[in-house]
Design a protein around this ligand. Structure first.
Ligand SMILES: Cc1cc2nc3c(=O)[nH]c(=O)nc-3n(C[C@H](O)[C@H](O)[C@H](O)COP(=O)(O)OP(=O)(O)OC[C@H]3O[C@@H](n4cnc5c(N)ncnc54)[C@H](O)[C@@H]3O)c2cc1C
Length: 619
C-alpha cells in the first residue's frame, strides 16, 4: 500500500516536471503512469496525482495543463476560498483562466486528500459514475476543503468533472470549538464579580451597546447563523416578532411533523439526540429551539418587530427601528442586518373580483389557526400546495366539508419514501459534515439532472396515487423540465405537496376538488360553478402563496435598496441562488433562508463573510 502510493507519487512528480517543459509528452507520461498503476493503484492515488498536477499547474500558472486536467463537461464551484464569492463556472477554458487569476491573489497550496474525512470512493452522481474525493488545502487567508469528482475519459486519464473549493476557516479567526474552546476559568476566578449567568444576562440586554449584526427572524436560518457568528466572536442579536422562541413552528397546525427525516435536519454544533423520532413533531422542535438558544448562548429578543431602517454609507452602519413587546421603540446601529425571515415574506392575495360577494369569512393561509376551534361546517380552500392540502386535511379532520380549488398543475409526492429520495446521500454512510460538503459541491447542472432522475423514480413509486388523483381530475406537474419539487422550492418557494394523507382523501372523494376555471363567480353562500352547481361554504381560505422577498425589502428599506439588491431567491440566468448567503449590492444587507440543511451549510459561509468584513479582509 505504502509502496504503491510512493510509486504513484514519484511517477506523478515526474509527469508534473515534464508538463512544464514539454506539454503534450507530459500528458503521455501521465497516461503511462496511470497505465502502469492500473489495477493496483488506489482511488486515493489517482486523486492525489490529480491534485499534485493541479497544484503544480496553479503554481506555475500553466493554463494549458490546467485546462487539460478538466473534462470537457466540467464545473468549478468556489465557495469563498479562492474568489470570496459563491460562484460556479463551467467549461475547462473558463475555469483554467479564473483559477489562475484567483490563485495569483490567494496562493492556494497544500492540496491533499483529507485523511480525516471520507476516503475517495466510487459513486454515481447525476447518473454518472465517478471517483469522489474530499481534499484539504490552504490559502494565504484560510484553510479550505473541497470535493473532486474524476471521470475516466476513456484514455486511461482521469479528468475533473466537478471541483469544489470551499473556505473552512480564516487564519487567526478560528472558531472557538474543540481544543480552542474557552477555558471557562474567567467565570470562576473572580469570586466577588459577575458570574456566567450575570454576564449572559447583561450581554443579551444591549443596554449600552449595539450588536455588530442584527439577525431578523429566529427560525432555523437565524439560529444557525447566530450560532456560527457566536463561535467567531461576532456580537449578534436575533429579533423575532413571536412572543416565544420556537413559535414559528409551535403556531403551525397541531398535527405537523417535519417532512424530512431527523438526520437531515440537525442544527449546527448540536445534533438532535439519537432517540428522537424520524419525523419530528413541531412542538418538540420548537422546544429544542429554546434549548438551542440557551445552550449556544444566543442573544434573542422575542416579541420584537423589526420595522425597517436606512444605511449610512459613510458610517457603514444601519439605523434600524425595533418595536419592543411593551410598544416602546429601540433604535440600533448595527453594521450588518441579516434577513432570516423565511422564503415566504408577505402573503400573496390574488384579485378575485367576485370574492366580495361571499357572505362567510375569508382568510389567507397565514391567518389560519386550526379547524377544531374555528367550528367551520364547510370550506373552500383555494390552492393546491402544501399549505392548502394541510389546511384542507385539518378542516376535514375537524368535521368540515371541504373542497380544494386547483388553480394550476401541482406536483404531488408521497412524503415517505418518495420525497426522501433526494436526501439519499445522507443515508450513504459518510458523517454529516462530509454530506454537507458533498451537497455544497454539486453544481446546478448536476443538481438538476439528479432531481430529474429522483422525480422519475418518485413518480414510479407514487403511480397508484397519481393515477387515482388524475381520475378525479387533479392536474399533475413534475416541475420545470421534470426537475421535481426541490426545484419548485428553489425557484418559486412552492407548487408542490408532500402527501401526508390529504391526496388520499382527494382521491377517495372525501375532500372535494374543483378547478378554478370552473368557478363562474363567488356568491353569498359560496362559489357558483359554470355547471350551475354551487359549492356551499362558510369559510374561504386563500392558500395562494407569498410574495417574493423583494417585496419585504421594499417595505423595510424602501424602493432604492430593493432596486439595488434586485431579485432574491431563484436562479434567474445564473447558477447560484440570487442574493442568498452572500454579499448583496447593498452593503451590510444579507439574506439567509431555506431548509434545515441549507441553513446549516450556508450559515457557515455567511458567517465567514461577515467575520471577514469585521476583520477588514472583505469590503
Ligand atoms: C409541514 C411542514 C413541514 C416542513 N418540514 C421541513 C423539514 O423537514 N425540513 C426542512 O428543512 N424544512 C421543512 N419545512 C420548511 C420550513 O418550515 C421552512 O423551511 C422554515 O420555516 C424556514 O425557516 P426560516 O428560518 O428560513 O424561516 P421561518 O421559520 O419562517 O422564520 C422566520 C422568522 O422571522 C420572523 N420575522 C419575519 N419578519 C419579521 C420582522 N419584521 N420582525 C421580526 N421578526 C420577523 C418570523 O416571526 C419567523 O419566526 C416544513 C414546512 C412545513 C409547513
Amino acid at each position: 500500500m505504502v509502496f504503491r502510493l510512493d510509486l504513484g507519487t514519484v511517477i506523478a512528480r515526474f509527469a508534473v516536471r515534464r508538463v512544464t517543459v514539454f506539454r503534450v509528452p507530459a500528458q503521455m507520461v501521465y497516461s503511462l503512469a496511470v497505465q502502469l498503476l492500473a489495477g493496483t493503484e488506489t482511488l486515493a492515488t489517482i486523486a492525489t496525482h490529480w491534485l499534485g498536477r493541479f497544484q503544480h499547474a496553479l503554481g506555475t500558472r500553466d493554463a494549458f495543463t490546467l485546462e487539460n486536467l478538466f473534462h470537457r463537461d466540467c464545473h468549478w464551484r468556489d465557495v469563498l476560498a479562492l474568489t470570496w464569492h459563491i460562484q460556479t463556472l463551467s467549461g475547462a477554458h473558463a475555469i483554467a483562466g479564473d483559477l489562475i487569476e484567483a490563485s495569483g491573489r490567494v496562493r492556494p497550496m497544500g492540496f491533499r486528500i483529507d485523511p480525516d474525512r471520507t476516503a475517495p470512493r466510487h459513486v454515481t452522481r447525476a447518473g454518472t459514475k465517478c471517483i469522489e474525493a474530499i481534499f484539504r488545502f490552504e490559502t494565504a487567508e484560510g484553510h479550505g476543503s473541497g470535493v473532486l469528482r474524476l471521470i475516466d475519459d476513456g484514455e486511461d486519464t482521469h479528468r475533473a468533472w466537478t471541483l469544489l473549493t470551499a473556505l473552512d476557516e480564516l487564519k487567526g479567526h478560528e472558531e472557538r470549538v474543540g481544543h480552542l474552546r474557552p477555558s471557562g476559568q474567567s467565570y470562576s476566578r473572580e469570586f466577588g464579580g459577575p458570574n456566567w449567568s450575570d454576564l449572559r444576562k447583561s450581554a443579551a440586554q444591549y443596554a449600552e451597546r449595539d450588536p455588530a449584526v442584527l439577525v431578523v427572524g429566529g427560525g432555523q436560518a437565524g439560529l444557525s447563523l447566530a450560532a456560527r457568528l457566536g463561535q467567531l466572536q461576532v456580537d449578534t442579536l436575533i429579533v423575532d416578532r413571536w412572543p416565544r422562541i420556537g413559535d414559528n413552528w409551535r403556531r403551525r397546525y397541531a398535527a405537523l411533523t417535519l417532512h424530512n427525516q431527523v438526520h437531515v435536519n440537525h442544527l449546527p454544533y448540536m445534533p438532535f439526540p439519537p432517540n428522537w423520532p424520524v419525523y419530528m413533531p413541531k412542538d418538540k422542535l420548537a422546544n429544542w429551539f429554546e434549548a438551542y438558544v440557551e445552550a449556544m448562548e444566543l442573544n434573542y429578543w422575542t416579541g420584537t418587530e423589526f420595522e425597517g431602517g436606512s444605511y449610512n454609507a459613510e458610517a457603514e452602519r444601519w439605523t434600524v427601528t425595533l418595536r419592543r413587546p411593551d410598544g416602546s421603540e429601540r433604535e440600533m446601529h448595527p453594521r450588518h442586518v441579516v434577513l432570516a425571515t423565511g422564503v415566504s415574506g408577505i402573503p400573496h392575495i390574488p384579485e378575485l373580483p367576485t370574492l366580495g360577494n361571499f357572505g362567510g369569512s375569508v382568510l389567507h393561509s397565514s391567518q389560519y389557526e386550526d379547524g377544531e376551534t374555528m367550528k367551520v361546517k364547510s370550506a373552500i380552500v383555494v390552492g393546491t400546495g402544501n399549505s392548502a392540502h394541510d389546511i384542507a386535511q385539518d378542516l376535514y379532520a375537524a368535521g368540515a366539508k371541504v373542497t380544494l380549488v386547483q388553480r394550476s398543475p401541482t406536483l404531488i409526492v408521497n412524503c415517505d419514501p418518495s420525497a426522501q429520495l433526494v436526501y439519499g446521500l445522507y443515508s450513504e454512510g459518510p458523517p454529516l459534515e462530509d454530506c454537507d460538503l458533498i451537497t455544497a459541491s454539486i453544481p446546478l447542472a448536476l443538481a438538476r439532472k439528479t432531481h430529474v432522475l429522483a422525480t422519475e423514480h418518485a413518480k414510479n413509486l407514487d403511480k397508484p396515487l397519481l393515477d387515482r388523483l388524475q381520475r378525479k381530475g387533479f392536474r399533475l406537474s413534475d416541475g420545470d423540465d421534470g426537475t421535481g419539487w426541490q426545484f419548485l422550492y428553489l425557484t418559486r418557494g412552492g407548487g408542490y405537496y408532500f402527501n401526508v394523507g390529504c391526496s388520499d382523501l382527494v382521491a377517495e372523494g372525501k375532500i372535494g376538488l374543483a378547478q378554478f376555471a370552473d368557478i363562474e363567480a363567488f356568491v353569498a353562500e359560496g362559489a357558483r360553478l359554470r355547471s350551475g352547481e354551487t359549492l356551499r361554504a362558510d369559510l374561504v381560505v386563500l392558500a395562494t402563496g407569498w410574495k417574493g422577498q423583494e417585496e419585504l425589502v421594499r417595505k423595510l428599506f424602501g424602493q432604492e435598496v430593493a432596486s439595488r439588491v434586485g431579485p432574491i431567491w431563484g436562479f434567474g440566468d445564473g447558477q447560484e441562488l440570487r442574493n442568498m448567503f452572500t454579499r448583496t449590492a447593498q452593503p451590510g444587507l444579507w439574506f439567509i433562508a431555506g431548509s434545515f440543511a441549507q441553513s446549516r451549510i450556508y450559515s457557515k459561509y455567511l458567517a465567514l463573510q461577515i467575520k471577514a468584513c469585521e476583520a477588514g479582509l472583505l469590503q
